[in-house]
Design a protein around this ligand. Structure first.
Ligand SMILES: Cc1cc2nc3c(=O)[nH]c(=O)nc-3n(C[C@H](O)[C@H](O)[C@H](O)COP(=O)(O)OP(=O)(O)OC[C@H]3O[C@@H](n4cnc5c(N)ncnc54)[C@H](O)[C@@H]3O)c2cc1C
Length: 322
């Protein structure tokens, strides 16, 4: 049983501790809403815990390490009184005036409002060295990391629109971009595919799958296997961008909240309001386009303000005065 008090009805529970969750916690804590953040256990801090330098989060002219940035956000939320519980939510009941959030040990928390900020997961290749070299040459985000690969030879894995977009974007920095495709055709739209096929810096490696990523401290090669001839080739690359898809983490809510065609939680316009009153969503779990720390943080801020307005209307005057 957790030591965090669970016999009260809280104003707000934030599920997730990435940039969206911690920003929502900072804002709701500063609005005296005493948020409880259920941060996740091994995934606490979110995706930036898996990276090294973050150079595009404003306010850090020299850049900051991803885990340090998240540590700062956690401390900032705690400074204003947010309670943070490093555990996983296993079930949520979002209907009705009082929502419940459960942990695996049976503890149930209750709140008038919930902010879901569970992020999204980039699909992985499933190779042994992929995680180890994440942030050391292996990336899932060209916008985030392309700049680190100036004048280098790199590879993009995938044959869909996002792989083509990443490859084309990376030609601005890299001297050469291999695109590794499992089949002998692209899944990407014709216009994106044609653009990539015509680019002088891009070379396609067809009918191939990645079987290994080489490098001790940093990536220094990519082993690809031709699916027809079974021949293995090592490409001399220093960067590998995995672009085989992204799944919003909606398992806990997919039967209760409306989702978009992309699988993100549907929200009302620019707000964080979901299809259920009192339930708000923020960050990459509502975003299939931008997926950056700063956009997730902004979205967490919007959710916190939406919660404030919501609570102002549902609380009795006596409760609101407390
Ligand atoms: C390797 C890598 C490098 C990146 N580099 C950059 C960069 O340099 N700059 C940049 O702007 N962006 C970068 N990004 C993108 C950025 O990390 C994301 O856009 C951002 O983290 C999204 O924030 P979020 O709060 O929506 O979700 P996340 O950061 O994904 O956080 C999700 C949170 O939900 C929690 N959670 C999930 N399920 C549960 C559950 N059942 N119970 C409790 N908690 C749960 C997790 O523990 C986690 O705390 C990078 C992404 C990756 C993968």
């Amino acid at each position: 049983m957790t030591s965090v008090q669970n016999d009260v009805i809280r104003d707000v529970i934030v599920v997730g501790s990435g940039p969206a969750g911690y920003t929502a916690a900072i804002y709701t804590a500063r609005a005296n809403l005493n948020p409880l953040v259920i941060a996740g256990s091994v995934t606490a801090g979110g995706e930036l815990m898996n990276t090294t330098d973050v150079e595009n989060f404003p306010g850090f002219p020299e850049g900051i390490m991803g885990p340090d940035l998240m540590d700062n956000m956690q401390k900032q939320a705690e400074r204003f009184g947010a309670e943070i519980l490093f555990d996983d939510v296993t079930e949520m009941n979002l209907d009705g005036d009082i929502k419940t959030v459960s942990l695996a040990d049976g503890t149930v928390f209750r709140a008038r409002s919930i902010i879901v900020s569970t992020g999204s997961a980039y699909r992985e290749l499933g190779l042994e060295d992929e995680k180890r070299l994440s942030g050391h040459g292996v990336s899932w985000c060209a916008t985030c990391d392309g700049f680190f690969f100036r004048e280098q030879t790199i590879a993009v894995i995938g044959g869909g629109d996002s792989a083509m977009e990443e490859a084309l974007f990376l030609t601005k920095f890299a001297s050469k971009v291999y695109v590794i495709v499992r089949r002998n055709e692209l899944r990407a739209s014709k216009i994106m595919g044609d653009r990539a096929l015509a680019h002088e810096k891009i070379e396609f490696v067809w009918d191939s799958e990645v079987v290994g990523i080489n490098g001790d401290e940093k990536v220094n090669g990519l082993v690809v296997k031709n699916r027809i001839s079974a021949e293995e080739t090592t490409l001399d690359v220093t960067g590998v961008f995995v672009a085989i898809g992204n799944d919003p983490r909606v398992d806990l809510v997919k039967d209760q909240l409306e989702l978009t065609a992309e699988g993100t939680i549907a929200v009302d316009g620019r707000s964080s309001k979901t299809s259920l009153p009192g339930v708000f969503a923020a960050g990459d779990v509502i975003d299939s386009t931008y997926r950056q720390a700063i956009t997730a943080a902004a979205s967490g801020c919007a959710a916190a303000q939406d919660v404030e307005h919501f609570l102002a209307n549902v609380k009795t005057p006596a409760e609101a005065a407390k």
